[in-house]
Design a protein around this ligand. Structure first.
Ligand code: FEO
Length: 181
């Protein structure tokens, strides 16, 4: 059985992950509307990633006999001054999420909840990648400044990104929830 405090905190984290998806969907729309289809595609893949993050917590709560309670989502932002500003905001947001994951690790350890701690270790590693991927693009955009040709090249490169559903979550998206089997 999942401890009540962890269940509450994981429900809160589902909200943070879904708000991340919402934020990146807003960024995708900003790029797609602004003539940067590659960056739009990159962000749309990121939306899918965030949904799987939420679903990892969802799955864990249900598997341990807890209750998933969805909360209203906030719109964190919907407009940016440039692609650089958007990716800088994405990097700042990922640092915020890393802080939330670290708080959860402390809570799981103080509660002696080894199963949740194990789940969270995956997120600790994932957040290193999440910060790195947004920071790298922000750094590249900073380097090229306002150079149009450079922007188009980055846009083309980011448009190569594809989303791959992690195999351990595949049955959540097939028929039924897959949670019981
Ligand atoms: Fe779910 Fe981008 O952290």
């Amino acid at each position: 059985m999942i401890p009540k405090r962890i269940e509450d905190a994981f429900n809160e984290q589902i909200r943070h992950e879904l708000e991340s998806a919402y934020l990146y969907l807003a960024m995708a729309a900003y790029f797609d509307n602004g003539g940067f289809p590659g960056m739009g595609r990159w962000m749309r893949a990121q939306v899918q990633e965030e949904l799987t993050h939420a679903m990892r917590f969802y799955k864990h709560i249900i598997e341990r006999g807890g209750e998933v309670r969805l909360q209203p989502l906030n719109i964190l932002a919907h407009k940016w001054d440039s692609p650089l500003k958007a990716f800088e905001a994405a990097y700042e947001h990922e640092k915020f999420i890393t802080g939330k994951i670290h708080e959860l690790v402390k809570l799981a350890q103080s509660e002696g909840d080894y199963a949740s701690n194990s789940l969270l270790q995956w997120f600790v590693d994932e957040q290193v990648e999440e910060e790195e991927s947004t920071l790298t693009v922000a750094q590249q955009l900073r380097l090229i400044g306002g150079d149009g040709r450079g922007l188009l090249m980055i846009d083309r490169e980011l448009g190569q990104r594809t989303f791959v559903l992690p195999p351990e979550l595949a049955n959540l998206y097939a028929q039924g929830t897959g949670i019981a089997g």
